[in-house]
Design a protein around this ligand. Sequence first.
Ligand code: AMP
Length: 114
Amino acid sequence: MSDECIFCKIISGQLPSRKVFEDERVFAFHDLHPGAPTHVLIVPKRHLRGLAEAGAADEALLGYLQLVAARLARELGLERGYRTVINAGPDAGQSVFHLHLHLLGGRALAWPPG
Ligand code: AMP
């Protein structure tokens, strides 16, 4: 856990969130500023700054984030489709430096993203 990290504080319950799912590895909650009718963030409980900082030891965790996203998409009724996104670094618009996977759906999503 990082003392300054807002996602660590959400995971520990020090900050509120609208939780969607939790297990021993990940915590998922609705984004505060949704970019689509459904916008969930799937966050590893272990603090990891971002995708660029992930290593071989994180291989299973990265796959697990995607599988949790697919399961939540089914549970949240996104049968028409959805997108998973990891923003990595400033040019991608990463604003919270604790690795997270965005799950977006509930409307037609434009491609390519801006
Ligand atoms: P990124 O820009 O990829 O780093 O995504 C960070 C996301 O976290 C943004 O979509 C924010 O809206 C979201 N966010 C920031 N603070 C909170 C919070 N306290 N609760 C829920 N979502 C948040």
